[in-house]
Design a protein around this ligand. Sequence first.
Ligand code: NAD
Ligand code: KPL
Length: 302
Amino acid sequence: MRIVVLGAGSLGSLLAGALAAADADVTLLGREGEHVRRVRADGLRFTHPDGREEQIPLDAATDPAAAADADLLVVCVKSYDTGDALAGVADHLDDADVLTLQNGLGNAETIAEYVPRERVLAGTTTHGAVREAPGHVRHAGRGDTTVGRYFAENDARVEAAADCLTAAGIETTVTDDPESAVWTKVLVNVGINAATALARVPNGALVESESGERVLRRAVEEATAVARAEGVAVPEDAVERTRAVAERTATNPSSMRQDVERGRRTEVEALHGAVVRRGATHGVETPVNETLADLVRLAEEK
Ligand code: NAD
Ligand code: KPL
């Protein structure tokens, strides 16, 4: 199976590096810049969760034509870049499946504007990746990955994609309900991301104070009501699960906090923003998510 990973950032470099180390036929397709140049010249410096270092030879490209013979395109750009990134490669794709492992709502639907719906796969990954420097990615934490065809039944190609990732150490299970998987992760993200970004605290702070607990619980409860209004099966104990993630990642800064602190655009529109917009279409009120989204937008404008 030929795999092209689109987006040479943290997650894309992690996945492409892991696949290349397992001798998969993989290309990392990114934007021109120092990272891609270094990977081309020297391979990818890959730091494992236990601190072990490896230099992995990895094919890296910037020409979208590199996607031409892909069987699987894995989309690893931020949610707000999904449309532009797909527009750049869509004409080069033959009959590739396209998998989003991005955070947030709406990525599969955006991809389906560029490729036939039955080729869209979606899922989630809880692995942690950090691009430390040009040419260098750190596998910050191991996790679980789930994939499934988003608008059609799963088939042997989905199993083959999952097997490829699993063989590369990214243990992947196939789900018949990827929409539920995506929403379930979104519930965790809306419970943690904006609150930690705005208060500038590590994830664990949310379960160490009554006010933190309250924001987490209300944001997750609202989003759960929206998911249910959409007919999506989400866990009964979403608040508890979110608390557990905050505890497990207690000392980590959330991705949104990092983005805000670095003056970067956040994924707020695909998370709290999408919850609010979808809630409005179902008459579900989401005042906490609305306020969190507005405050993050305000912080982004500064
Ligand atoms: P990132 O910002 O490190 O990487 C995104 C990359 O996409 C950047 O290098 C950017 O240059 C590139 N890009 C943007 N538009 C492009 C285009 N048109 N063509 C080619 N490349 C383009 O972000 P990330 O941390 O890797 O996250 C990517 C997605 O994965 C997000 O939705 C994030 O929420 C999700 N995610 C990340 C992790 C993680 O540990 N980093 C874990 C799970 C999920
Ligand atoms: O996915 C995350 C993120 O930071 O985006 C969580 C689960 C909140 C861990 O930090």
